[in-house]
Design a protein around this ligand. Structure first.
Ligand code: UD1
Ligand code: CA
Length: 462
């Protein structure tokens, strides 16, 4: 599809979203609608993309920087006017076909796009509109056909007669054009209608008037046309997508006994016999192995988890977790954390930018940051790696089978060598050699009969 390109219309304000952001940036399961539309085009093999921006163009252009070309539509004068802004872009692709997509119709899929192109080229149409039959056509442009079933026009809701309003086949907004024909048709669109807008849909009539062939490709996937104009519709589309993803996962062997509060990104990979419990949110870039229990109340982002792990009330970002790792309740893994097989992190443990070796146990109330921890290490309750001195971050190194006593502060940079112990309550500032015990705290003093001597202070107030 080297000669083909796409123009994505995204200039609209989306008044009914009541947002400071362009409508197409509203998120559907963690991803802006526009990104889903772009992905569909790319998956269909269309890689040269131009997005028409308008309302809060600055935000959209920043979002798309390095991903697609953009062109600005300074005034929103309709979908035809929006495509006119991309004339230079289309001219650069004038020997191919141009795909037009609506940035606010996030369910358009690559198969529909490809099938429509095949229909378009094999019938030598200059324009092929992707249509669908829907239960409630209100608000959409209707696909008008003649007695023979041949596609003749698109009539917008505002201009439709009662008879046309009853047509259930609608314009998805997505369509293929022969690029040269589109360049020819664009300047002929007028704003001679009740809204005073330049309707892209007028090209159907204009092409037919010029004796050119047009077609409507009815998509199997009727959802491909759905758009979100309000946050309620956004939620409804989100629910449709969420359910579809959860069903696909269940069909592949993942158990989700109760789907309440379970939101999973469509690209997440989850192995069979893994159980997902309520309140679990799995965002982009996650891979989870087989036989795990994830949740309740677990949030993962760009995190890989091996097989047979338990993640109970865990928050993890950009972390890698091995096999047989047991986490929670209430564990936070921050970016650049690697936990090897069999690690255990228990109540209120935070790990950041650290590698933790096999079977190390960090069971309670502990912070491990910027550290290289060996295997078989035991952390007592309340250990803190003191990694920041106010100016620089420094690393702690802890050897295999070391034993860090309760309430130890490890002042980085510092190294605890293999099998060494630190006494509970120690603040360790110097390296500890292998097999040594480090005690870094005041020796205990017992003052005999101190209470009896100070008795007045203990008398109860009346
Ligand atoms: C449009 C179609 C309608 C179709 C429907 C499908 C026209 C005239 N109507 O109607 O037939 O059934 O989509 O959802 O094309 N946009 C701009 N600049 C503008 C106007 C719109 O960039 O000046 C963008 C919007 O951001 C949006 C897309 O074009 O992404 C569609 O515009 P919208 O106003 O939502 O069109 P509809 O009234 O839904
Ligand atoms: Ca719309």
């Amino acid at each position: 599809m080297e000669n083909n390109c796409a123009v994505i219309l995204a200039g609209g304000e989306g008044t009914r979203m009541h947002s400071q952001k362009p409508k197409v940036m509203a998120e559907l399961l963690f991803r802006p609608m526009i990104d889903r539309v772009i992905d569909a085009a790319r998956e269909a093999g269309v890689h040269d993309l131009c997005v028409v921006t308008g309302y809060r163009a600055d935000l959209l252009e920043a979002h798309l920087a390095g991903k697609t070309e953009t062109v600005r539509q300074e005034q929103r004068l309709g979908t035809g006017h929006a495509v006119m802004q991309a004339t230079d872009f289309i001219t650069r692709h004038k020997y191919g076909n141009v795909l037009i997509l609506n940035g606010d119709a996030p369910f358009i899929d690559s198969k529909t796009i490809r099938d429509a192109l095949l229909y378009h080229t094999s019938n030598s149409f200059v324009q092929t509109v992707i249509s669908a039959k829907v239960d409630n056509p209100f608000g959409y442009g209707r696909i008008v056909r003649d007695k023979n079933g041949d596609f003749t026009a698109i009539t917008e809701e505002a201009s439709a007669t009662d008879e046309v309003k009853r047509i259930s086949e609608i314009n998805s907004g997505a369509m293929w054009f022969n690029a040269a024909a589109l360049l020819d048709l664009l300047p002929r669109i007028t704003n001679d209608n009740s809204k005073g807008e330049y309707y892209l849909t007028d090209t159907v009539q204009l092409a037919r008037d010029a004796g050119l062939r047009v077609g409507a490709f009815t998509a199997d996937n009727a959802d491909a046309v759905l758009g979100a104009n309000t946050r309620v519709q956004l939620m409804e589309l989100g629910e449709m997508l969420r359910k579809k993803i959860l069903i696909r996962l269940m069909e592949s062997g993942v158990s989700i006994p109760c789907t309440d509060g379970v939101l999973i990104d469509d690209k997440a990979e989850i192995g069979p016999d893994t159980v997902i419990l309520p309140g679990t949110i799995i965002k982009e870039g996650c891979r989870i192995g087989a036989g795990c229990t994830v949740g309740p109340n677990t949030v993962l982002y760009k995190t890989a988890v091996g097989d047979d792990c338990v993640l109970n009330s865990v928050q993890a970002e950009e972390a890698v977790v091995g096999n047989g790792v047991n986490l929670g309740p209430f564990v936070h893994l921050r970016p650049n954390t690697v936990l090897h097989d069999g690690v255990h992190c228990g109540n209120f443990v935070e790990v950041k930018n650290s590698v933790v070796g096999e079977k190390t146990a960090i069971s309670h109330l502990t912070y491990v940051g910027d550290s290289d921890v060996g295997s078989g290490v035991n952390f007592g309750c309340g250990v803190v790696t003191v990694n920041f001195n106010g100016k620089t971050k420094n690393r702690c190194v802890i050897g295999n089978d070391a034993f860090i006593g309760c309430n130890t502060n490890l002042i980085a940079p510092v190294e605890i060598a293999e099998r060494a112990y630190t006494a509970a309550g120690s603040t360790i500032t110097d390296n500890v050699p292998a097999d040594a015990l480090a005690i870094a705290r005041q020796k205990q003093v017992n003052k005999e009969n101190w209470v009896i001597r100070r008795k007045p202070y203990r008398e109860k107030k009346k």
